[in-house]
Design a protein around this ligand. Structure first.
Ligand SMILES: Cc1cc2nc3c(=O)[nH]c(=O)nc-3n(C[C@H](O)[C@H](O)[C@H](O)COP(=O)(O)OP(=O)(O)OC[C@H]3O[C@@H](n4cnc5c(N)ncnc54)[C@H](O)[C@@H]3O)c2cc1C
Length: 422
């Protein structure tokens, strides 16, 4: 089964913990190395009656990848920055720098940014940092954007581009965006921005590369570029992954691969970006545009299009296709300080991401589905998988100290995140 089929049919993306995570340390259990002390993780209380909501968002995918270019619209300069698929929370800051470079070339100082999700807000901030006077115009603002419906981890490649449609110019933009965004997000790690490091466990019976559901170098049935596709061989990451062997972890599998994940709490993060934008003198206007002609009524000579899937109608970009995602959220458990996921004993797939607004389970990548309605079957499957997975997990011994989730001891390279999924 290829990776896309796996994600779609299971209704679960192993969020942010790298399906088939590549193990650089050999499986310890397999080598009869003395065991390390077992880790103790707070139990997740998964049940249907703890579900508080299910959310849906449509990732704006284009087979040829996001659009980042400038063009003329009569007397105005129009800069496109949209189509970030499952990576719009991850790539925003870097794409924003490249938008600002286009804007600097115009010699103008007033810019209108259309759209108030992650790409719009990060672009607006990058423009402000370079002295531009920015107004955001948007039909909706947080919490009513796709960006608010994301998971969200630093997942710079998710469902981003079809291999056959990549160009050297696009690849160069992508790598710049990923590197600059990664650097920026690291600097934002704080409660104030809702950006943090967390340990992520992938429970598996087979932790070696390419042996647990696709993995590095795997490729979706539709030709989407994954992980290693976007990276030359010599740049592939080979550190920050730790394989825990039998007895060293509490999961119902032989092994657990632990990786550090850089994560974002969408509601805290997006609200903080709105606050920063306003604090630096920005203005937000609620307004919907129906055609490119509507943009001509704006006073700003430079307009940046960060409308995501809105460009399907506004700019008639029929290459855009939604990839539906769906998350189910259970009552928050502040003591749960790790992500986890993997096969359930009955062969399903579970994923869990703890946030202050709830324990998030499951996900979905359903290409071409425009429905914003939650799919009940997917919801049932995701919650059921979480119940099964976490009820089979070894609880900590009474009085045992819980293992803390700590920032990585050595900084993972940006490439370490190229197989993270969202
Ligand atoms: C379940 C799920 C999980 C995800 N997980 C991750 C993750 O872990 N990491 C990650 O990086 N990404 C993740 N994503 C992807 C991320 O959410 C998207 O890439 C991102 O939100 C896209 O942002 P956007 O600006 O394109 O859309 P939006 O956030 O919706 O912003 C678009 C803005 O444009 C405005 N707009 C649109 N059309 C018009 C118009 N005609 N006139 C005026 N305004 C208009 C809207 O009102 C809105 O303000 C996930 C997505 C989903 C659904």
């Amino acid at each position: 089964m290829d990776r896309r089929t796996f994600l779609k049919s299971s209704g679960v993306a192993l969020a942010g913990f790298g399906v088939g995570a590549c193990a650089t340390t050999p499986p310890r259990g397999a080598l009869a190395v003395p065991r390390r002390a077992p880790i103790n993780l707070a139990p997740v209380r998964a049940s249907f009656d703890r579900v508080i909501r299910t959310t849906v968002g449509l990732r704006p995918h284009r087979d040829s990848g996001f659009v980042l270019r400038a063009e003329k619209l009569d007397a105005k300069t129009l800069i496109h920055n949209y189509g970030h698929a499952g990576a719009g929370m991850s790539l925003g800051w870097g794409c924003g720098v490249m938008v600002a470079e286009f804007a600097q070339d115009t010699g103008q100082r007033r810019v209108a940014v259309i759209g108030c999700g992650s790409p719009g807000l990060t672009t607006a901030r990058q423009l402000q940092r370079r002295g531009f006077d920015v107004t955001i115009y948007a039909a909706t603002v947080p919490p009513d954007t796709t960006s608010n419906m994301s998971l969200a981890g630093f997942t710079p490649t998710t469902a981003l581009v079809n291999n056959d449609r990549r160009t050297p110019a696009w690849d160069a933009q992508f790598v710049r965006a990923a590197e600059m965004s990664y650097r920026q997000l690291q600097l934002m790690v704080s409660q104030n921005y809702g950006v943090y490091w967390i340990d992520s466990y992938n429970a598996t019976d087979n932790p070696m590369p390419g042996q647990s559901g696709g993995g590095r170098g795997g490729r979706g049935g539709g030709g989407d570029a994954f992980d290693a596709d976007l990276l030359p061989e010599h740049l592939r990451p080979n550190r920050n992954r730790e394989v825990l062997g039998p007895g060293e972890h509490p999961f119902p599998t032989k092994y657990a691969v632990r990786t550090p994940a850089l994560s974002i709490e969408p509601s805290i993060y997006l609200d903080a970006l709105v606050r920063d934008f306003l604090m630096f003198g920005g203005k937000i206007v609620i307004r919907k545009f129906d055609t490119p002609r509507d943009l001509m009524s704006l006073a700003e000579p430079v307009v940046v299009n960060c409308t995501g899937l809105g460009s399907f109608t506004l700019f008639d970009d029929k290459e855009l296709v939604p990839i539906k995602g769906q998350l189910t959220v259970m009552v928050p458990q502040p003591e749960v300080n790790y992500r986890a996921g993997g096969r359930t004993p009955s062969g399903g797939n579970a994923s869990m991401n703890p946030r202050s607004d709830g324990i998030v389970v499951g996900n979905l990548q359903d290409r071409g589905n425009w429905s914003l309605e939650p799919d009940e079957e997917v919801r049932q499957r995701n919650v059921q998988a979480a119940i099964e997975f976490f009820s089979a997990m070894r609880p900590p011994a009474p009085g045992a100290r819980l293992t803390r989730s700590a920032p990585p001891q050595t900084t993972p390279s940006v490439q370490s995140f190229f197989d993270a999924q969202s």
